[in-house]
Design a binder for this molecule. Structure first.
Ligand code: DC
Length: 673
């Protein structure tokens, strides 16, 4: 996950390849709730692992469910539809997960009324602004005792025992604010249908987001409960219903998450389709109908049972006017696609956007305007027209409002080169995608491509022991970029030569070794021929031979293309001798460290002492000074700052302070609005 403060997405030009979707949030949290309340064990395959499902899992554990995870398999042992085992009041914190708050409130309120128990439900500040009054009203009709602990109509709530259950009269619930209220009741009522007759639920007013209610009914069916209904307005839960754990259940990929890649394919899969695996055309998720909307805007979509392929059809996309009541979440992606459409796209009946993770109508309007789009927004609609010309696109810093869908939608603005613009997009707080799709950006960057010149590079150089590798790693981590430790390539060539018994004078053999090096990096580990050589690369003897082989022009040439290949979306921090001069002369920012030999000797001395190796400070310093002279005077790639490098004396700076400085320079250079 990109656990960083800001993510700069460079201008993107193509998508190609295959993405695998994480499990559906809506299915995952419903299945967890059902399995947690059922009697017996349910094996859940491909459960989504995200903030919202973790919230639900934690709540179930606290309620006494048994939960075991093993790779892609989660096994839940349910509490058998009873709270009688709860001995003390319980407080559950549910983050910002509406799919946990609403159904848990309903299920626990009914169970506490029947079995006793006291439970507080709370969440983050935004959760306490998201309405729940219509659900509480319905539960109170049933006899549940529920107190608002803060503001009427909103969490936090306290559920108490005390009332008597009245399930004989039809229960009325409003359906026009959130369909989750109805879904929550439908999931909870079978728990208390054992005593009397059937239970009837009637929807007051219009029901929004109907496919989510259909999803609830389909999953209830999997747990042994058939709910009769008339056009989703009147529902009957049969008397004596009991959840039956279905032994095993498979969670399909998230259709809402698919929408970002369907959009990316419609915009940027020009030569070959983008393949999306995990969800297919016959998905039970309502958001799969996003495909129809994407097709109407120009996408070419084919698919099977658990895959979809998308490529660009019409270009620019066709503007659309669409009633989005049935797919409020995926509809946000259409607002982002509208950036690439000819004319004005109008999305209507999206009033529920205002009570989601953030006020999504206001948020979307504000951020798309920052990019240069013209936007009109009203109580329950939004209209988007793309920037008027390529030059009207602005290099914007975009807020994501702690809303995963805002972050994922806005990332699609980076494909602006396909309309002739060329601006990067800065997304603040990208980690909010963790709510439903923690690996979203890794997945996007795995299939997105662009021209090398558009991928930013920060080059870091400096004399030996100046800490350039450490600084480069810190800067790369903070920006979420790739890192190239170019010295490791020379060290690996030296190590390979030592292992193969190649003489240091055999230039041809060294060149061949360098060209064919089977070297792979994974985080801070390096693998040569599949074996972890991270420690071996740091040996003195390897360093000494590396210093020799790196002076051979043939070896440098042999490693050149490999170094260029590290320049991948979203960016690269490269450290080493000639990064800013020879390999990436067009680097956006070049930093040259200039700590004094005395200071560097002191640092190295401390390091050695910490490892229990004794060393003389004076000798270390003399050594470093001699090496500086050698490095500066050598004929091939001598040590010297690139002409346009910024000098950074890090003698009295910590790594964090040095990185702060580099990031400050980067922010000045990158000039986002
Ligand atoms: O930075 P380091 O100690 O890991 O580098 C190993 C050797 O390779 C060292 O002698 C410097 C040399 N080198 C180079 O010539 N060009 C680079 N881009 C990186 C390192």
């Amino acid at each position: 996950m990109y656990d960083i403060a800001q993510l700069d997405v460079p201008p993107l030009r193509r998508v190609a390849g295959t993405v695998r979707l994480p499990g559906s949030k809506s299915i995952s949290n419903r299945v967890l709730l059902l399995a947690g309340l059922a009697e017996g064990r349910t094996e859940i395959h491909d459960l989504l692992d995200s903030d919202d499902t973790r919230v639900m899992l934690q709540a179930l554990r606290r309620l006494g469910c048994g939960i075991a995870t093993d790779g892609g398999l989660t096994t839940v042992t349910g509490i058998g539809g009873s709270l009688r085992h709860l001995r003390a009041p319980l407080a559950l914190h549910l983050g910002n997960a509406g799919t946990a708050m609403r159904p848990l409130a309903a299920a626990l309120a009914l169970l506490a009324t029947r079995d006793g128990g006291e439970i507080e439900l709370s969440g983050v500040a935004r959760m306490h602004e998201r309405p729940i009054g219509d659900l509480v009203d319905a539960l109170r009709q049933l006899g549940a005792q529920i107190d608002y602990l803060d503001h009427d109509g909103f969490p936090p709530l306290r559920i108490r025992a005390g009332g008597a259950l009245h399930t004989e009269r039809p229960i009325r619930v409003r359906g026009d604010v959130s369909s989750q209220f109805l879904s929550a009741l439908l999931l909870a009522l079978p728990l208390v249908s054992g005593g009397g007759g059937p239970i009837t639920v009637e929807v007051d007013g219009e029901l929004i987001s109907r496919p989510y209610v259909e999803l609830t009914l389909a999953l209830l069916q999997r747990f042994g409960i058939t709910v009769q209904h008339q056009d989703l307005q009147r529902f009957v839960i049969p008397a004596g219903s009991r959840y039956r754990a279905p032994a095993r259940i498979h969670v399909e990929g998230d259709a809402s998450s698919a929408s970002y890649f369907i959009a990316a394919g419609a915009i940027a899969a020009v030569e070959a389709p983008l393949r999306i695996e995990g969800v297919g055309l016959d998905s039970i998720q309502g958001d799969i109908r996003f495909i129809d909307a994407a097709r109407a805007m120009g996408a070419q979509v084919t698919g099977g049972a658990s895959w979809i392929e998308v490529r660009r059809g019409a270009w620019p996309l066709a503007a659309t006017t669409l009633d989005c009541n049935h797919m409020p979440d995926a509809a946000m992606t259409l607002a982002a696609m509208a950036l690439y459409a000819e004319g004005r796209t109008r999305l209507t009946r999206i009033g529920s956007w205002r009570v989601k993770e953030t006020d999504r109508i206001a948020a979307m309007a504000a951020e798309l305007r920052k990019l240069g789009a013209s936007v009109v927004d009203g109580a329950d609609f939004i209209e988007v027209e793309p920037p008027a010309s390529p030059g009207a696109w602005r290099r914007a810093t975009l807020h994501t409002y702690d809303d995963h869908r805002m972050a994922m939608c806005l990332s699609l603005a980076a494909f602006n080169p396909l309309l002739g613009a060329r601006v990067a997009v800065r997304l603040l707080d990208p980690r909010c995608v963790g709510k439903t799709f923690p690996e979203y950006f890794e997945t996007l960057f795995g299939v997105a491509q662009t021209d090398a010149a558009d991928i930013p590079v920060i080059a870091v150089d400096g004399p030996t022991a100046s800490g350039k590798g450490t600084l480069a790693a810190e800067v790369a981590a903070r920006l979420g970029w790739h890192q190239l430790d170019s010295g490791a390539l020379y060290r690996a060539t030296a190590l390979a030569a030592m292992r193969a018994g190649v003489a240091s004078s055999d230039v041809d053999a060294l060149e061949r070794l360098a060209a064919g090096l089977a070297l792979r990096f994974d985080g801070d580990r390096a693998y040569l021929d599949g074996v972890d050589v991270s420690a071996a690369l740091r040996h003195e003897a390897v360093g000494a031979l590396a210093s020799h082989v790196s002076a051979l022009p043939a070896v440098r040439q042999a490693l050149h293309a490999r170094q260029l290949s590290f320049r991948r979306v979203p960016g690269l921090v490269a450290d080493g001798r000639d990064m800013g001069t020879v390999v990436f002369p067009d680097a956006t920012l070049k930093v040259f460290l200039t700590a004094s030999a005395a200071m560097r000797a002191e640092r190295r001395h401390k390091q050695l002492m910490a490892k229990g190796i004794s060393a003389k400070l004076d000798a270390l310093r003399a050594d470093l000074e001699a090496r500086d002279v050698r490095d500066m005077q050598r004929a091939v790639s001598p040590l010297k700052p690139a002409q346009d490098a910024l000098l950074l004396d890090n003698s009295s700076l910590t790594v964090e302070q040095s990185a702060d400085r580099v990031l400050q320079w980067w922010n000045e250079r990158s000039a986002f609005d």
